[in-house]
Ligand binder design. Structure first.
Ligand code: BES
Ligand code: MN
Ligand code: ZN
Length: 494
């Protein structure tokens, strides 16, 4: 369940919440809320800081109990680090760390005064939204495939009051984005025997049913064959699960308004196909549908916000398996665009399903096309796990997406899509090869997609590094939902 957010009405010392959250810097400067608590409690916070028992490192937390003169039984002190270095990212981190502690306490709500702290260059609406999203991200817990637990008597953290000027719009935005992020994380985390192409199609249909103004259409393999989607079908043919091409539409603006288009890679499991992957770490390839999850989550948030724009969301949902019917390295397929592709590596399957989806979406005459895909390991090598790879030939679109990423801390970094790289995709057997050799793998994948988006303003987000956290307990992050929703919010009128 998403956390419910409200605006804190009381002062920190009189708050009726079971816990109030206040910040301290590492030079022992108190935020105004911490100073009030300190004063009312006869200097309890200052004494703790002076003793050295409590510090102010970014994200460090200390729980104080039953302070005299303070109504709330608990005060959670959160470190904000060096005052001079305090910035947007540290603010978000402090909010997240606070939530991590809160969710472990036997309480159902809290009041945070962190949003009163000045964050350079950010207004109250930003602080409210960022605090809410950081809190909700911490509160999310994957439970879908565990034996159902009996409801425990322990109260569960579910409500946070935030201090700040009344700004219901900021909280509504946060709630919608939080829902979109949760939707994406949950879909991403589900195992591939449950979350198969049909499951994603059903989830999209359900989303359409639950939200008025949304339509959903699911194309079957026969429809794709009629459209000539040879590349998509080539990937799908190794799996017993038939592919689905999902189309969701939201018309929040006039009928004649050209839509924004999202396309998301929905490989529900990527074995590599005949060019099979090594088994170590292969389980992480259940996350290979996180592009699909991300665009669906962003779509959901846009609909909940009733954005005054038109949006179409296309998801090719396919499983990449080896088998007697699977495609082979050296197969040549004909794409919906008419261009032929030599499949030199069946593990470079994302671009094969995306190229047909990108051609297909053009029938809606979109003003902008943005795809999100866990496309290349090379992108993770280039940018690590912090930045999404952004590729586009459109400088304006690039800057708008970078700005949306900065704003939401769901950041993207641009890689070039110069024509120089295109020659790496040449082959003697088809118009284009599906791999570009050992150098610049993220860029050559982008260059491949560029051949299918000519004449359109298009950007590609490679989220291979950012869509999930690594390791056995790795979990979907919900990126790039915030970036995409912010991009739309910045474009929507009224
Ligand atoms: N889904 C993978 C990319 C990937 C790999 C994402 C590791 C996150 C972590 C994609 O389908 C793939 O296998 N790409 C290949 C392309 C290569 C064959 C040109 C890769 O990155 O190795
Ligand atoms: Mn692959
Ligand atoms: Zn893949």
């Amino acid at each position: 369940m998403t956390i419910q957010f409200s605006l804190a009405q009381d002062l920190p010392e009189t708050s009726s919440a079971p816990c109030v959250v206040v910040g301290v810097f590492d030079d022992r400067t108190l935020t105004s809320a911490a100073a009030r608590i300190d004063e009312k409690s006869g200097g309890a916070i200052k004494r703790l800081l002076e003793s050295g028992d409590v510090g102010g490192k970014t994200g460090a937390t200390s729980l104080l109990f039953a302070l005299p003169g303070v109504a709330a039984p608990r005060v959670l002190l959160v470190g904000l680090g060096e005052p001079k270095k305090f910035d947007a990212a540290r603010f978000a981190r402090a909010c997240g760390e606070a939530a991590r502690v809160l969710k472990g306490l036997p309480l159902d709500r809290a009041a945070s005064f962190l949003t009163e702290v000045d964050v350079p260059g950010k207004d109250t609406a930003w602080k409210l939204r960022t605090a809410a999203l950081a809190t909700d991200a911490q509160a999310y817990k994957y439970t879908a495939t565990f034996k159902p637990k009996e409801k425990s008597a322990k109260s569960e953290f579910g409500g946070l009051a935030l201090a700040g000027a009344s700004d219901a719009a900021a909280l509504a935005q946060a709630a919608a984005i939080a829902n979109g992020v949760r939707f994406a994380r949950e879909l991403g985390n589900l195992p591939p025997n449950i979350c198969n192409p049909e499951y994603i199609a059903d989830a999209a249909q359900k989303l359409a049913k639950e939200h008025s103004g949304v339509t959903c259409e699911v194309l079957e393999e026969a429809d794709m064959r009629k459209l000539g989607m040879g590349a998509l079908i080539g990937v799908a043919q190794g799996s017993v699960f038939p592919p689905k091409l999902i189309v969701l539409r939201w018309n929040g603006a006039g009928e004649k308004d050209r839509p924004y288009a999202f396309v998301g890679k929905g490989i529900t499991f990527d074995t590599g196909g005949i060019s099979i992957k090594p088994s170590a770490g292969m389980e992480e390839m259940k996350f290979d549908m996180c592009g699909a999850a991300g665009v669906l989550g962003a779509f959901l948030a846009a609909v909940e916000l009733k954005l005054k724009l038109n949006l179409v969301c296309v998801v090719p949902a396919v499983e990449n398996m080896p088998g007697g019917r699977a495609q082979r390295p050296s197969d040549v397929v004909t794409t919906m665009s008419g261009q032929t592709v030599e499949v030199l590596n069946t593990d470079a399957e994302g671009r094969l399903i995306l190229c047909d989806a990108l051609t297909f979406v053009q029938k809606y005459n979109p003003q902008i096309i943005i795809d999100a895909a866990t496309l290349t390991g090379a992108c993770v090598v280039a940018l690590g796990k912090h930045a999404t790879g952004l590729m586009t030939q459109d400088d304006t679109l690039a800057n708008e997406l970078i700005a949306a990423g900065e704003n939401t801390l769901d950041r993207a970094w641009r890689l070039p899509l110069w024509d120089d790289y295109q020659s790496q995709l040449e082959t003697g057997y088809a118009d284009i090869a599906n791999i570009g050799g050992k150098y610049a793998g993220a860029i050559t994948a982008g260059c491949f997609l560029a051949r299918f988006t000519e004449g359109f303003r298009w950007a590609h987000l490679d989220i291979a590094g950012t869509a999930w956290e690594e390791g056995r307990k790795g979990s979907a992050t919900g990126r790039p939902v915030s970036l995409l929703v912010q991009y739309l919010l910045d474009r929507a009128t009224g």
